[in-house]
Unconditional design. Structure first.
Length: 705
């Protein structure tokens, strides 16, 4: 919370009310606060970007205790509640939801009880009543918890303690100790908060139902996709407790089963319910649920679901005693560019106590060397490279890959590209070996997939995409079955970087000085593979225009051609050098070639430019923002998901060098703008920190295995 403890108003209850587009029901909620018999309160209404008349409704109340704060959104209820916590001035905190209603004595009873309890009791709560659309009332008894209970944390983890935010009253000091709502959760954020609270404080129930919630104001709580993602994140955040007692996972598996069933993914629902049955903590209702669902499925789908569960049980039984999941990453390229750097970083950040990772390569190269330097187990499979050149060798390659997977007891194989014939060989090998298959798509496809490739991708257990832009065209003109497959099995997990490492590096001007760049130069650079799709010609032509307006500017072109494209692109770098000479840039543009320390060179830049024709993620932009370097990039693929135009950098929608030059000059010529972009870029880069993204990837692996 932003208000220091010593400045909080003793006895004051700060009521935090997040809302968005609830003008028709928010009056009911505000009226219930005004009707409280306890009068020492303030109401903080946080509007998360409403497009209706919410603001005018709230401002129509002439009560100084009601404060209204509007945010450009929507950013989600977690961020809105956290904003309310920042504005709250009271000793106590209560949450309300737009459309819900308190009974008049709610605050009076809860404040009196909480004041009478010791400080180790951080929260009191009550039961609630559901008001259906026809007006009938359905009681929701609250979980029985008292201040004497010592196992509330484990009960919360097992979903035995479910508490709605509008039923609670908390000490403001609780949030100083455990933090606010997790803004990365868009459902079950209240469950996550109360789990953290129960680990540090005791709770006490107030007798009686003092809160009503109405069916006509139901919102995100029925978004089952968000519910699944939220529970996965909760499992990862509290993995230590779940690891100590696997029985705590059973209620979450039931949630996954129910949510997947309601989403139409019956096979996934059956697999989750079978996991419940195999846990030894099943109930008769679990068997009944399974029989009913299987009876409603086609026979082949039922057998497929049961067979998949049995296959995973077999994999667990044959897993080494250490209990770690064995993950193999198949890299189709031997270079060390964006996707390969992301792969290495992801492997490095996997939890070594839970995962045994190894890298499968197709040829010698920088990727192998870097992996071995990091201590990653590497095995080269040159016959996969032969298969890519001679597709008739595919059956032999698939058999050999199956043998590798079986001998090494690989639980899951992840491929870094969805390209034929590699994906076909991987599918055959994993199907024969009983290994799970995950595809990671890095490339931005400018056109929809054809039927055969779409079929092969659908054989994977999961598809991980680095941005929505990377797979945006996959839905174009696609059949309904394919769209359903993407809804069930596509997961968006960006490629991350070690932001803590990159942001902590000191600027080493000696690197630029060694290249011949003066210390007082304004330095712009492009860091990318030298490939026509990256459009380095645009950068060079824009550099000429920048130099005309900024005589102290120098330029770096960092990178080389992909090794697999060096024959096709022979002479391409020479043509770029000739273009630079023709533009009169021969003394101001430095071609560095491939540099392993490119991330250190980025630290020296004043602006980084990436004018790509197509791009899935653009990891170099994340590296630049982590280093506090403003960026100028093309508005293609997933780049608009990274760069906030005018805040962390500039996006250019055209292929005109003049537009790129204007964007770079705007950054170079405005010190205040550049400073704001540096700060905002670093904040945004933390969204792509590997620690958090790796935990999301681990959750996918655990779900499959």
């Amino acid at each position: 919370m932003s208000i220091p403890p010593q400045e909080r108003v003793a006895g004051l209850v700060s009521v935090v009310l997040p809302t968005r587009d609830r003008a028709r029901v928010v009056e009911r909620t505000i009226d219930s606060v005004l009707a409280q018999t306890f009068r020492q309160w303030e109401l903080v209404v946080v509007d998360d970007g409403s497009a209706d008349d919410t603001e005018s409704v709230v401002r129509s109340y002439r009560d100084d205790r009601i404060r209204y704060s509007r945010r450009d959104g929507p950013h989600g209820v977690s961020r809105a509640r956290n904003r309310g916590l920042e504005l709250a001035r009271g000793e106590f905190i209560a949450f309300h939801d737009a459309g819900d209603e308190w009974l008049p004595n709610k605050l009076e009873l809860q404040v009196a009880l909480l004041k009478s309890l010791p400080a180790e009791v951080g929260m009191v709560y009550c039961a609630m009543t559901r008001v259906r659309l026809d007006g009938t009332l359905t009681p929701f008894p609250a979980s029985v918890v008292s201040a004497r209970d010592s196992d509330v944390y484990r009960r919360a983890l097992s979903l035995d303690v479910i508490i709605g935010p509008p039923t609670c009253l908390l000490r403001a000091a609780v949030f100083d100790a455990v933090g606010g709502f997790d803004e990365r959760l868009f459902a079950r954020e209240d469950l996550d908060l109360f789990i953290r609270i129960s680990a540090a404080f005791r709770l006490q129930r107030v007798e009686g139902s003092l809160t009503r919630f109405y069916d006509d104001s139901m919102g995100v709580s029925r978004d089952y996709e968000r519910i699944i993602r939220a529970h996965k994140r909760i499992l990862v955040k509290h993995k230590g407790a779940f690891k100590d007692d696997r029985g705590l996972l059973v209620p979450h598996w039931r949630v996954f089963a129910d949510a997947r069933f309601l989403l139409g993914n019956r096979s996934g629902a059956v697999r989750m319910r079978l996991r419940v049955l195999a846990s030894g903590k099943s109930r008769p209702s679990d068997w009944l649920w399974l029989l009913v669902v299987l009876a409603g499925m086609p026979a082949y789908r039922s057998l497929q679901a049961v067979w998949g569960a049995c296959r995973r049980i077999q994999a667990r039984l044959t897993r080494p005693s250490a209990g770690r999941l064995r993950i193999a990453y198949l890299a189709p390229e031997s270079d060390l560019f964006g996707s390969e750097l992301s792969l290495l970083a992801a492997v490095k950040h996997l939890d070594p106590s839970a995962f045994d990772a190894r890298l499968l390569t197709v040829a010698a190269g920088p990727l192998e060397e870097a992996a071995r330097a990091q201590g990653v187990a590497v095995e080269r499979l040159p016959w996969l490279a032969d298969m890519r050149r001679r597709p008739w060798l595919l059956p032999v390659a698939a058999l050999r890959l199956r043998r590798r997977l079986r001998c090494q007891r690989i639980d899951l194989l992840e491929i870094q590209r969805t390209e034929y014939p590699l994906i076909l060989a991987a599918w055959l090998a994993t199907a024969w070996a009983g290994t799970r298959l995950v595809l990671r798509e890095h490339m931005h496809e400018p056109r929809a997939l054809d039927g055969p490739r779409r079929f092969l991708i659908s054989r994977a257990d999961r598809v991980l995409a680095v941005t929505r832009g990377a797979v945006a065209s996959w839905r174009d003109g696609a059949p309904a079955w394919w769209r359903r497959y993407l809804d069930r099995r596509l997961v968006i997990i960006p490629s991350g970087r070690d932001i803590g490492l990159l942001s902590g590096l000191a600027k080493d001007r000696a690197l630029a000085r060694a290249l011949g760049v003066p210390d007082d130069a304004r330095l712009a650079g492009m860091v990318a593979a030298l490939d026509p799709c990256k459009r380095p010609e645009i950068f060079l032509r824009a550099a000429r225009l920048v130099l005309d307006r900024c005589p102290g500017a120098w330029f770096l072109v960092v990178g080389s051609a992909y090794s697999s494209e060096r024959v096709r692109l022979a002479g391409y770098e020479d043509s770029l050098r000739r273009l630079a000479a023709e533009l009169g840039l021969a003394g101001r543009v430095i071609f560095t070639g491939y540099r392993e320390d490119a991330y250190r060179l980025i630290q020296n830049l004043d602006v980084l430019c990436l004018p790509s024709e197509r791009e899935a993620l653009g990891g170099v932009l994340i590296e630049a923002m982590a280093a506090g370097v403003p960026v100028v990039a093309s508005a293609v693929g997933g780049l608009p998901e990274i760069v906030v135009h005018g805040e962390t950098g500039m996006l250019v929608a055209s292929a005109d060098p003049q537009d790129y030059a204007a964007a770079m000059l705007a950054v170079l010529g405005d010190a205040k703008l550049s400073s704001r972009m540096r700060e905002a870029g670093l904040r945004r880069a933390w969204m792509y920190d590997l620690d958090g993204l790796s935990r999301r990837t681990e959750a996918v692996y655990r779900e499959l295995c």
